[in-house]
Design a protein around this ligand. Structure first.
Ligand code: PEP
Length: 251
């Protein structure tokens, strides 16, 4: 079975007002969207339930983070069980902003990934290297280390709930997109790693999406790469051009 093209919109800590949120959603609700693309939008947590209730049925909603416990004295956190109870199907974990600004280690990301999957959430698992790591030829090693922590705690059957987002840190929010050759090379390395570390079937079936300064102008070429199964989009997901990115595989 071919892997279904996947486009996620990571709104991060945007928009700043409910009015702006409504105008983003009205663009998506009225657009002509490719019905073969799986589309997921990840708003700030206070908008998860209102958006789930107001977006068209083809759009799924994702949290941007969660903790690994079900409940308890963890001020400021949201649990996988709470997200499932609220009808939220996806969560983004391991985003580079969380790894860097909030000091999340790969082991912590792995622990949260396992907890989210156990609770029946699906996980958009982000990995990626910094510019110095790329410039010193460490991209594959860094990404494999991030993934190995997750491989260590998941069962083979868990991988059906995982979408891997390869997001080079130097490309996130910088306007410097990876070339399609750079993206394809990194995605193929990830698929080869999954084949050896988990199984050939998991490698073949797992969607590996690219994130980092994806725009309407560069998405088409990236989408033609055989191991690029979609995108995780930050800044451009707040703009009408997000529709063009969702429709990247249309002629
Ligand atoms: C992201 O935050 O996941 C991202 C890819 O951001 P941007 O598209 O703005 O680079």
């Amino acid at each position: 079975m071919p892997r279904q093209f996947f486009v996620g919109g990571n709104f991060k800590m945007n928009p700043i007002s409910r009015g702006q949120k409504e105008s983003i959603i009205s663009v998506l609700n009225s657009a002509d969207l490719d019905s073969t693309t799986e589309i997921v939008i990840a708003p700030p947590s206070l908008y998860l339930i209102p958006l789930k209730d107001t977006v068209r049925s083809e759009l799924q909603v994702s949290a941007q983070n969660c903790y690994f416990k079900d409940s308890g004295a963890f001020t400021g956190e949201i649990s996988p069980a709470q997200l499932v109870d609220a009808g939220i199907p996806y969560v983004i974990l391991g985003h580079s902003e969380r790894r860097t600004l909030f000091h999340e280690t790969s082991e912590f990301v792995a622990q949260k990934t396992k907890a989210a999957l156990n609770a029946t959430l699906k996980v958009i698992l982000c990995v990626g290297e910094t510019l110095p790591e790329r410039e010193t030829g460490q991209t594959a090693v860094v990404v494999q280390k991030q993934l190995q922590a997750v491989v260590d705690v998941l069962q083979e059957s868990d991988w059906g709930g995982v979408v891997i987002a390869y997001e080079p840190v130097w490309a996130i929010g910088t306007g410097k997109v990876a070339t399609s050759a750079q993206a394809q090379e990194a995605h193929l390395d990830i698929r080869t790693f999954l084949s050896q570390a988990v199984s050939p079937a998991v490698a073949e079936n797992t969607r590996i999406i690219y994130g980092g300064s994806v725009t309407a102008a560069n998405c088409k070429e990236l989408s033609t790469q055989p191991d690029v199964d979609g995108f995780l989009v930050g800044g451009a997901s707040l703009k009408p051009e997000f529709v063009n990115i969702i429709n990247a595989r249309r002629n």
